[in-house]
Design a protein around this ligand. Structure first.
Ligand code: GAP
Length: 450
Protein backbone atom coordinates (compact mmCIF):
# COMPACT_ATOMS: atom_id res chain seq x y z
CA UNK A 1 0.00 0.00 0.00
CA UNK A 2 3.01 2.25 -0.47
CA UNK A 3 2.62 5.07 -2.99
CA UNK A 4 -1.09 4.88 -3.55
CA UNK A 5 -1.79 5.66 0.11
CA UNK A 6 -0.11 9.02 -0.11
CA UNK A 7 -2.82 10.73 1.83
CA UNK A 8 -3.11 10.83 5.62
CA UNK A 9 -6.88 10.95 5.75
CA UNK A 10 -7.14 7.94 3.45
CA UNK A 11 -4.60 6.07 5.58
CA UNK A 12 -6.60 6.86 8.71
CA UNK A 13 -9.77 5.48 7.10
CA UNK A 14 -8.02 2.30 5.93
CA UNK A 15 -6.57 1.83 9.41
CA UNK A 16 -9.96 2.31 11.07
CA UNK A 17 -11.60 -0.07 8.58
CA UNK A 18 -9.15 -2.78 9.56
CA UNK A 19 -8.96 -2.02 13.30
CA UNK A 20 -12.72 -2.07 13.73
CA UNK A 21 -13.63 -5.02 11.53
CA UNK A 22 -14.95 -3.34 8.39
CA UNK A 23 -12.48 -4.34 5.66
CA UNK A 24 -9.37 -6.55 5.60
CA UNK A 25 -6.82 -7.22 2.87
CA UNK A 26 -7.87 -10.39 0.99
CA UNK A 27 -5.85 -13.53 1.91
CA UNK A 28 -3.88 -11.41 4.39
CA UNK A 29 -2.74 -14.41 6.41
CA UNK A 30 -0.76 -15.60 3.33
CA UNK A 31 0.67 -12.21 2.53
CA UNK A 32 -2.42 -10.94 0.70
CA UNK A 33 -3.67 -11.09 -2.87
CA UNK A 34 -3.41 -7.72 -4.55
CA UNK A 35 -6.68 -6.09 -5.54
CA UNK A 36 -8.87 -8.27 -3.31
CA UNK A 37 -10.58 -7.26 -0.07
CA UNK A 38 -12.56 -9.13 2.57
CA UNK A 39 -15.41 -7.63 4.53
CA UNK A 40 -15.54 -8.12 8.29
CA UNK A 41 -18.73 -8.19 10.39
CA UNK A 42 -19.29 -4.42 10.30
CA UNK A 43 -18.16 -3.98 6.70
CA UNK A 44 -20.53 -6.60 5.36
CA UNK A 45 -23.42 -4.98 7.23
CA UNK A 46 -22.61 -1.52 5.88
CA UNK A 47 -22.17 -2.88 2.36
CA UNK A 48 -25.49 -4.75 2.49
CA UNK A 49 -27.29 -1.68 3.80
CA UNK A 50 -26.02 0.34 0.85
CA UNK A 51 -27.07 -2.40 -1.57
CA UNK A 52 -30.50 -2.76 0.07
CA UNK A 53 -31.05 0.97 -0.03
CA UNK A 54 -30.20 0.99 -3.76
CA UNK A 55 -32.54 -1.95 -4.43
CA UNK A 56 -35.30 -0.27 -2.48
CA UNK A 57 -34.74 3.05 -4.25
CA UNK A 58 -34.37 1.84 -7.83
CA UNK A 59 -36.37 -1.40 -7.90
CA UNK A 60 -38.89 -1.90 -5.10
CA UNK A 61 -40.24 1.62 -4.98
CA UNK A 62 -40.88 1.74 -8.75
CA UNK A 63 -43.39 0.04 -11.04
CA UNK A 64 -41.09 0.01 -14.05
CA UNK A 65 -38.15 -2.03 -12.70
CA UNK A 66 -37.60 -5.79 -12.54
CA UNK A 67 -34.78 -7.57 -10.73
CA UNK A 68 -32.63 -10.38 -12.12
CA UNK A 69 -29.68 -12.36 -10.78
CA UNK A 70 -27.73 -13.96 -13.61
CA UNK A 71 -24.84 -16.44 -13.49
CA UNK A 72 -21.33 -15.00 -13.26
CA UNK A 73 -19.96 -17.48 -15.78
CA UNK A 74 -21.51 -16.96 -19.20
CA UNK A 75 -21.14 -18.42 -22.68
CA UNK A 76 -18.01 -16.94 -24.31
CA UNK A 77 -20.20 -15.64 -27.16
CA UNK A 78 -21.61 -13.09 -24.72
CA UNK A 79 -18.21 -11.41 -24.47
CA UNK A 80 -17.45 -11.72 -28.17
CA UNK A 81 -20.78 -10.12 -29.08
CA UNK A 82 -20.43 -7.38 -26.44
CA UNK A 83 -17.01 -6.35 -27.75
CA UNK A 84 -15.24 -7.15 -24.48
CA UNK A 85 -12.95 -9.80 -26.02
CA UNK A 86 -11.61 -7.26 -28.51
CA UNK A 87 -11.87 -3.93 -26.76
CA UNK A 88 -12.01 -4.29 -22.97
CA UNK A 89 -8.37 -3.28 -22.66
CA UNK A 90 -6.13 -0.89 -20.77
CA UNK A 91 -2.76 0.47 -21.95
CA UNK A 92 0.10 -1.34 -20.24
CA UNK A 93 3.80 -0.43 -20.12
CA UNK A 94 6.66 -2.18 -18.43
CA UNK A 95 9.74 -1.22 -16.44
CA UNK A 96 12.45 -2.40 -18.84
CA UNK A 97 14.77 -3.43 -15.99
CA UNK A 98 12.66 -5.19 -13.34
CA UNK A 99 9.66 -5.91 -15.62
CA UNK A 100 7.06 -4.48 -13.24
CA UNK A 101 3.97 -3.51 -15.20
CA UNK A 102 1.94 -0.35 -14.97
CA UNK A 103 -1.09 1.30 -16.51
CA UNK A 104 0.33 3.91 -18.84
CA UNK A 105 -2.39 6.47 -18.02
CA UNK A 106 -1.70 6.01 -14.29
CA UNK A 107 2.02 6.61 -14.83
CA UNK A 108 1.15 9.89 -16.60
CA UNK A 109 -1.32 10.92 -13.87
CA UNK A 110 1.24 10.22 -11.16
CA UNK A 111 3.64 12.49 -13.05
CA UNK A 112 1.19 15.38 -13.25
CA UNK A 113 0.02 14.79 -16.84
CA UNK A 114 -3.72 14.44 -17.54
CA UNK A 115 -4.05 11.43 -19.89
CA UNK A 116 -7.76 11.99 -20.59
CA UNK A 117 -8.46 11.91 -24.30
CA UNK A 118 -4.97 10.67 -25.28
CA UNK A 119 -4.47 7.66 -27.53
CA UNK A 120 -1.93 5.03 -26.45
CA UNK A 121 0.58 6.40 -28.96
CA UNK A 122 0.12 9.93 -27.61
CA UNK A 123 0.71 8.66 -24.06
CA UNK A 124 3.93 6.96 -25.14
CA UNK A 125 5.04 10.13 -26.93
CA UNK A 126 4.37 12.16 -23.77
CA UNK A 127 6.40 9.71 -21.66
CA UNK A 128 9.29 10.02 -24.10
CA UNK A 129 9.01 13.83 -24.32
CA UNK A 130 8.96 14.32 -20.55
CA UNK A 131 11.54 11.61 -19.87
CA UNK A 132 9.13 9.90 -17.46
CA UNK A 133 10.59 6.82 -15.78
CA UNK A 134 8.96 3.93 -13.92
CA UNK A 135 8.35 4.44 -10.17
CA UNK A 136 11.61 2.49 -9.67
CA UNK A 137 13.52 5.01 -11.80
CA UNK A 138 14.00 2.81 -14.89
CA UNK A 139 13.07 3.42 -18.54
CA UNK A 140 9.60 2.31 -19.61
CA UNK A 141 8.73 0.13 -22.60
CA UNK A 142 6.28 1.15 -25.31
CA UNK A 143 2.69 0.46 -24.33
CA UNK A 144 0.53 -2.40 -25.47
CA UNK A 145 -3.07 -3.25 -24.77
CA UNK A 146 -3.98 -5.65 -21.98
CA UNK A 147 -7.39 -7.35 -21.80
CA UNK A 148 -8.78 -7.11 -18.28
CA UNK A 149 -11.08 -10.12 -18.35
CA UNK A 150 -10.17 -13.12 -16.18
CA UNK A 151 -10.15 -16.13 -18.48
CA UNK A 152 -11.07 -19.59 -17.27
CA UNK A 153 -12.27 -22.94 -18.62
CA UNK A 154 -15.60 -24.55 -17.96
CA UNK A 155 -15.67 -28.34 -17.66
CA UNK A 156 -12.91 -30.90 -17.91
CA UNK A 157 -11.54 -29.95 -21.33
CA UNK A 158 -9.10 -27.10 -21.74
CA UNK A 159 -9.57 -25.93 -25.32
CA UNK A 160 -10.86 -22.82 -27.05
CA UNK A 161 -14.45 -24.07 -26.88
CA UNK A 162 -14.38 -24.38 -23.10
CA UNK A 163 -13.12 -20.80 -22.56
CA UNK A 164 -15.25 -18.61 -20.33
CA UNK A 165 -14.63 -15.40 -18.41
CA UNK A 166 -15.49 -14.09 -14.99
CA UNK A 167 -17.93 -11.33 -15.93
CA UNK A 168 -16.32 -7.87 -16.01
CA UNK A 169 -19.74 -6.18 -15.71
CA UNK A 170 -23.12 -7.41 -14.52
CA UNK A 171 -24.80 -5.69 -17.49
CA UNK A 172 -24.50 -8.60 -19.94
CA UNK A 173 -26.43 -10.92 -17.60
CA UNK A 174 -29.26 -8.40 -17.91
CA UNK A 175 -29.16 -8.03 -21.69
CA UNK A 176 -29.16 -11.80 -22.22
CA UNK A 177 -32.36 -12.05 -20.15
CA UNK A 178 -34.15 -9.16 -21.85
CA UNK A 179 -36.29 -11.40 -24.04
CA UNK A 180 -37.14 -13.77 -21.15
CA UNK A 181 -38.53 -10.95 -19.04
CA UNK A 182 -40.41 -9.37 -21.97
CA UNK A 183 -42.03 -12.71 -22.78
CA UNK A 184 -42.94 -13.40 -19.13
CA UNK A 185 -44.12 -9.98 -17.98
CA UNK A 186 -45.04 -7.96 -21.13
CA UNK A 187 -43.76 -4.71 -19.60
CA UNK A 188 -44.59 -1.42 -21.28
CA UNK A 189 -41.68 0.71 -22.44
CA UNK A 190 -39.81 2.27 -20.78
CA UNK A 191 -38.85 -0.35 -18.23
CA UNK A 192 -35.66 -1.44 -16.56
CA UNK A 193 -33.91 -4.61 -15.44
CA UNK A 194 -31.69 -4.32 -12.39
CA UNK A 195 -28.96 -6.55 -11.05
CA UNK A 196 -26.49 -6.50 -8.18
CA UNK A 197 -23.51 -8.80 -8.06
CA UNK A 198 -19.82 -9.47 -8.36
CA UNK A 199 -17.74 -8.29 -11.28
CA UNK A 200 -14.08 -9.11 -11.94
CA UNK A 201 -11.38 -7.15 -13.73
CA UNK A 202 -7.73 -8.04 -13.89
CA UNK A 203 -6.70 -4.45 -13.19
CA UNK A 204 -3.05 -3.79 -14.08
CA UNK A 205 -2.56 -1.67 -11.00
CA UNK A 206 -5.28 -2.08 -8.36
CA UNK A 207 -4.93 0.79 -5.92
CA UNK A 208 -6.41 3.26 -3.50
CA UNK A 209 -7.88 0.73 -1.08
CA UNK A 210 -11.19 -0.66 -2.38
CA UNK A 211 -11.46 2.05 -5.05
CA UNK A 212 -9.84 -0.02 -7.79
CA UNK A 213 -9.94 -3.72 -7.04
CA UNK A 214 -9.91 -6.90 -9.10
CA UNK A 215 -13.08 -8.29 -7.58
CA UNK A 216 -15.86 -5.90 -6.75
CA UNK A 217 -19.59 -5.53 -6.73
CA UNK A 218 -21.80 -3.63 -9.16
CA UNK A 219 -25.40 -2.40 -9.03
CA UNK A 220 -26.60 -1.87 -12.58
CA UNK A 221 -29.79 -1.01 -14.41
CA UNK A 222 -30.43 -1.44 -18.11
CA UNK A 223 -33.38 0.82 -18.80
CA UNK A 224 -35.06 0.04 -22.15
CA UNK A 225 -36.59 2.96 -24.01
CA UNK A 226 -38.03 3.96 -27.36
CA UNK A 227 -35.11 5.26 -29.48
CA UNK A 228 -36.73 8.73 -29.62
CA UNK A 229 -37.14 8.97 -25.86
CA UNK A 230 -33.67 8.21 -24.54
CA UNK A 231 -32.91 11.77 -23.43
CA UNK A 232 -35.79 12.10 -21.00
CA UNK A 233 -35.00 8.66 -19.50
CA UNK A 234 -31.34 9.67 -19.17
CA UNK A 235 -32.29 12.86 -17.30
CA UNK A 236 -34.75 11.06 -15.04
CA UNK A 237 -32.24 8.38 -14.03
CA UNK A 238 -29.54 10.98 -13.51
CA UNK A 239 -31.86 12.88 -11.15
CA UNK A 240 -32.68 9.62 -9.31
CA UNK A 241 -28.97 8.93 -9.01
CA UNK A 242 -28.47 12.24 -7.21
CA UNK A 243 -31.37 11.49 -4.85
CA UNK A 244 -29.89 8.08 -4.08
CA UNK A 245 -26.42 9.52 -3.40
CA UNK A 246 -27.99 12.05 -1.04
CA UNK A 247 -29.68 9.20 0.82
CA UNK A 248 -26.18 7.80 1.43
CA UNK A 249 -25.43 10.98 3.35
CA UNK A 250 -23.05 12.33 0.70
CA UNK A 251 -23.00 16.10 0.49
CA UNK A 252 -24.05 17.72 -2.79
CA UNK A 253 -20.91 19.85 -2.81
CA UNK A 254 -18.70 16.75 -2.99
CA UNK A 255 -20.54 15.32 -6.01
CA UNK A 256 -19.69 16.41 -9.55
CA UNK A 257 -20.94 15.53 -13.01
CA UNK A 258 -18.47 14.93 -15.82
CA UNK A 259 -19.78 14.80 -19.38
CA UNK A 260 -17.28 12.25 -20.68
CA UNK A 261 -15.73 13.32 -24.01
CA UNK A 262 -16.22 10.94 -26.93
CA UNK A 263 -12.65 9.63 -27.02
CA UNK A 264 -12.87 8.60 -23.33
CA UNK A 265 -16.24 6.88 -23.51
CA UNK A 266 -16.65 3.10 -23.49
CA UNK A 267 -16.96 1.55 -26.95
CA UNK A 268 -20.74 1.15 -26.59
CA UNK A 269 -21.64 4.63 -25.37
CA UNK A 270 -23.06 7.62 -27.26
CA UNK A 271 -23.20 9.73 -24.10
CA UNK A 272 -21.83 9.18 -20.62
CA UNK A 273 -22.07 11.28 -17.49
CA UNK A 274 -19.68 10.16 -14.78
CA UNK A 275 -20.55 11.06 -11.22
CA UNK A 276 -17.35 11.98 -9.50
CA UNK A 277 -16.86 12.29 -5.76
CA UNK A 278 -14.30 14.24 -3.75
CA UNK A 279 -12.57 11.25 -2.14
CA UNK A 280 -9.55 11.81 0.11
CA UNK A 281 -7.48 10.53 -2.87
CA UNK A 282 -8.97 13.30 -5.05
CA UNK A 283 -11.94 13.75 -7.35
CA UNK A 284 -12.63 10.33 -8.88
CA UNK A 285 -15.43 8.39 -10.58
CA UNK A 286 -18.06 6.97 -8.25
CA UNK A 287 -20.49 5.74 -10.91
CA UNK A 288 -21.47 6.36 -14.52
CA UNK A 289 -24.66 6.68 -16.51
CA UNK A 290 -24.40 5.80 -20.18
CA UNK A 291 -26.60 5.85 -23.28
CA UNK A 292 -25.75 2.43 -24.76
CA UNK A 293 -28.10 2.83 -27.75
CA UNK A 294 -29.19 -0.58 -29.17
CA UNK A 295 -25.55 -1.71 -29.21
CA UNK A 296 -25.98 -4.69 -26.89
CA UNK A 297 -29.39 -6.02 -27.92
CA UNK A 298 -28.40 -5.47 -31.57
CA UNK A 299 -25.25 -7.54 -31.10
CA UNK A 300 -27.13 -10.29 -29.29
CA UNK A 301 -29.65 -10.45 -32.13
CA UNK A 302 -26.84 -10.57 -34.72
CA UNK A 303 -24.76 -13.24 -32.98
CA UNK A 304 -27.54 -15.43 -31.53
CA UNK A 305 -29.92 -15.15 -34.46
CA UNK A 306 -32.77 -14.53 -31.98
CA UNK A 307 -34.94 -11.46 -32.39
CA UNK A 308 -34.49 -8.81 -29.70
CA UNK A 309 -37.21 -6.61 -31.13
CA UNK A 310 -39.96 -5.18 -29.01
CA UNK A 311 -43.46 -4.59 -30.38
CA UNK A 312 -45.47 -1.70 -28.96
CA UNK A 313 -48.72 -3.22 -27.69
CA UNK A 314 -51.70 -2.85 -30.03
CA UNK A 315 -49.51 -1.59 -32.92
CA UNK A 316 -47.20 -2.97 -35.58
CA UNK A 317 -44.35 -0.73 -34.41
CA UNK A 318 -41.35 -2.99 -33.85
CA UNK A 319 -37.79 -2.03 -32.97
CA UNK A 320 -34.79 -2.91 -30.85
CA UNK A 321 -35.10 -0.78 -27.71
CA UNK A 322 -32.34 1.63 -26.79
CA UNK A 323 -30.76 1.55 -23.35
CA UNK A 324 -29.82 3.93 -20.56
CA UNK A 325 -27.47 2.35 -18.05
CA UNK A 326 -26.81 3.73 -14.57
CA UNK A 327 -23.88 1.66 -13.28
CA UNK A 328 -22.78 1.89 -9.66
CA UNK A 329 -19.76 0.30 -8.00
CA UNK A 330 -20.67 -0.76 -4.45
CA UNK A 331 -17.12 -0.34 -3.17
CA UNK A 332 -16.88 3.18 -4.56
CA UNK A 333 -20.18 4.08 -2.91
CA UNK A 334 -18.97 2.51 0.34
CA UNK A 335 -15.65 4.33 0.16
CA UNK A 336 -17.52 7.61 -0.37
CA UNK A 337 -19.75 6.85 2.64
CA UNK A 338 -16.75 6.07 4.85
CA UNK A 339 -14.83 9.14 3.63
CA UNK A 340 -17.76 11.45 4.16
CA UNK A 341 -18.50 10.03 7.64
CA UNK A 342 -14.92 10.03 8.95
CA UNK A 343 -14.39 12.75 11.59
CA UNK A 344 -11.74 13.72 14.10
CA UNK A 345 -12.39 16.09 16.99
CA UNK A 346 -11.37 16.63 20.62
CA UNK A 347 -13.34 15.52 23.65
CA UNK A 348 -12.11 16.40 27.15
CA UNK A 349 -8.71 17.32 25.74
CA UNK A 350 -8.33 13.98 23.94
CA UNK A 351 -8.41 13.30 20.20
CA UNK A 352 -11.52 11.40 19.17
CA UNK A 353 -12.26 9.59 15.92
CA UNK A 354 -15.84 8.88 14.93
CA UNK A 355 -17.91 7.90 11.91
CA UNK A 356 -20.89 10.20 11.49
CA UNK A 357 -22.80 7.59 9.49
CA UNK A 358 -26.46 8.26 8.72
CA UNK A 359 -28.53 6.31 11.24
CA UNK A 360 -30.08 4.09 8.54
CA UNK A 361 -26.63 2.95 7.38
CA UNK A 362 -24.89 2.51 10.75
CA UNK A 363 -23.98 -1.18 11.20
CA UNK A 364 -24.86 -0.84 14.90
CA UNK A 365 -27.72 1.48 15.83
CA UNK A 366 -27.67 1.10 19.60
CA UNK A 367 -24.93 -0.20 21.90
CA UNK A 368 -26.22 -1.28 25.30
CA UNK A 369 -24.00 -1.48 28.41
CA UNK A 370 -24.37 -2.00 32.11
CA UNK A 371 -22.40 0.72 33.94
CA UNK A 372 -20.48 -2.00 35.80
CA UNK A 373 -20.25 -5.49 34.42
CA UNK A 374 -19.64 -7.11 37.81
CA UNK A 375 -22.99 -5.99 39.26
CA UNK A 376 -25.52 -8.74 38.38
CA UNK A 377 -28.54 -6.50 38.96
CA UNK A 378 -27.20 -3.94 36.43
CA UNK A 379 -26.33 -6.68 33.94
CA UNK A 380 -29.81 -8.17 34.27
CA UNK A 381 -31.53 -4.83 33.68
CA UNK A 382 -29.19 -4.02 30.78
CA UNK A 383 -29.95 -7.41 29.20
CA UNK A 384 -33.65 -6.58 29.42
CA UNK A 385 -33.11 -3.29 27.59
CA UNK A 386 -30.81 -4.98 25.07
CA UNK A 387 -33.44 -7.64 24.23
CA UNK A 388 -36.11 -5.01 23.88
CA UNK A 389 -34.07 -2.92 21.43
CA UNK A 390 -32.74 -5.95 19.58
CA UNK A 391 -36.30 -7.12 18.87
CA UNK A 392 -37.25 -3.68 17.67
CA UNK A 393 -34.18 -2.65 15.63
CA UNK A 394 -32.10 -5.79 15.00
CA UNK A 395 -28.73 -4.10 14.73
CA UNK A 396 -28.08 -3.62 18.43
CA UNK A 397 -24.81 -4.54 20.14
CA UNK A 398 -24.13 -5.70 23.69
CA UNK A 399 -20.95 -3.99 24.84
CA UNK A 400 -19.52 -4.49 28.33
CA UNK A 401 -15.82 -4.48 27.41
CA UNK A 402 -13.56 -2.04 29.27
CA UNK A 403 -14.74 1.07 31.07
CA UNK A 404 -17.48 3.36 29.76
CA UNK A 405 -14.97 5.78 28.19
CA UNK A 406 -13.41 2.99 26.16
CA UNK A 407 -16.81 1.69 25.10
CA UNK A 408 -17.82 5.14 23.86
CA UNK A 409 -14.58 5.47 21.89
CA UNK A 410 -15.05 2.07 20.27
CA UNK A 411 -18.70 2.75 19.40
CA UNK A 412 -17.81 6.20 18.04
CA UNK A 413 -15.27 4.62 15.70
CA UNK A 414 -17.81 2.18 14.28
CA UNK A 415 -20.39 4.93 13.90
CA UNK A 416 -22.98 3.79 16.48
CA UNK A 417 -25.40 6.73 16.81
CA UNK A 418 -26.65 5.86 20.32
CA UNK A 419 -25.01 4.32 23.39
CA UNK A 420 -27.40 3.30 26.15
CA UNK A 421 -26.05 2.83 29.69
CA UNK A 422 -27.92 1.21 32.56
CA UNK A 423 -26.89 2.41 36.03
CA UNK A 424 -28.18 2.14 39.61
CA UNK A 425 -30.83 4.82 39.04
CA UNK A 426 -32.22 2.68 36.20
CA UNK A 427 -33.14 0.05 38.77
CA UNK A 428 -35.17 2.63 40.67
CA UNK A 429 -36.87 4.66 37.97
CA UNK A 430 -36.61 2.62 34.72
CA UNK A 431 -34.59 5.36 33.05
CA UNK A 432 -31.30 5.06 31.15
CA UNK A 433 -28.57 7.35 29.90
CA UNK A 434 -28.48 7.71 26.15
CA UNK A 435 -25.42 9.31 24.59
CA UNK A 436 -25.37 10.89 21.17
CA UNK A 437 -22.36 9.98 18.99
CA UNK A 438 -21.99 13.31 17.20
CA UNK A 439 -22.52 15.75 20.06
CA UNK A 440 -21.43 13.35 22.88
CA UNK A 441 -24.37 14.80 24.83
CA UNK A 442 -26.01 12.52 27.36
CA UNK A 443 -29.69 12.52 28.18
CA UNK A 444 -31.79 10.68 30.66
CA UNK A 445 -34.79 8.93 29.09
CA UNK A 446 -37.23 6.31 30.28
CA UNK A 447 -36.85 2.82 28.84
CA UNK A 448 -40.29 2.99 27.24
CA UNK A 449 -39.17 6.07 25.24
CA UNK A 450 -36.36 4.08 23.58
N1 GAP B 1 -21.65 -1.80 -17.31
C1 GAP B 1 -20.91 -0.60 -17.42
C2 GAP B 1 -19.69 -0.61 -16.65
O1 GAP B 1 -19.29 -1.63 -16.11
P1 GAP B 1 -17.72 0.91 -15.87
O2 GAP B 1 -17.57 2.39 -15.90
O3 GAP B 1 -16.62 0.10 -16.45
O4 GAP B 1 -19.09 0.61 -16.60
C3 GAP B 1 -19.10 0.90 -13.68
O5 GAP B 1 -17.98 0.45 -14.39
C4 GAP B 1 -18.77 1.19 -12.25
O6 GAP B 1 -18.18 0.03 -11.64
C5 GAP B 1 -17.73 2.30 -12.06
O7 GAP B 1 -18.32 3.58 -12.09
C6 GAP B 1 -17.20 1.97 -10.68
O8 GAP B 1 -18.10 2.43 -9.70
C7 GAP B 1 -17.24 0.45 -10.67
N2 GAP B 1 -15.91 -0.11 -10.98
C8 GAP B 1 -15.36 -0.30 -12.19
N3 GAP B 1 -14.14 -0.85 -12.10
C9 GAP B 1 -13.90 -1.02 -10.78
C10 GAP B 1 -12.80 -1.54 -10.02
N4 GAP B 1 -11.74 -2.04 -10.60
N5 GAP B 1 -12.91 -1.56 -8.67
C11 GAP B 1 -14.01 -1.07 -8.05
N6 GAP B 1 -15.07 -0.57 -8.71
C12 GAP B 1 -15.03 -0.54 -10.06
Amino acid sequence: MAKEMKNERMEAIVSLAKRRGFIYQGSEVYGGLSGTWDYGPLGVTLKRKIMQLWWQHFVESRDDMYGVDAAILMNQKVWQASGHVDTFVDPLCEDTVNHRRFRTDHILKDNGVDPDGMTMEQMDAMIAEKGIKSPDGNPLSESRTFNMMFKTHVGATFDEKSVSYLRPETAQGIFTNFKNVVDNFYPDLPFGLAQQGKAFRNEISPRDFIFRSREFEQMEIEYFVHPDKWEEAFDELLAETHTFLESLGLSKEAIHELDVPEQDRAHYSKKTIDIEYDYPIGKEELMGIAYRTDFDLGNIQRVSGRSMEYTIKGTNEKFIPHVIEPSFGVERALMAVLSSAYREDEVNGEKRIYLALPEHLAPVRFAVSPLLKNKPELVEKAREVYTLLKKKYGNVMWDDNGNIGKRYRRQDEIGTPHCVVIDFDSLEDNSVTIRDRDTTEQRRVSISEL
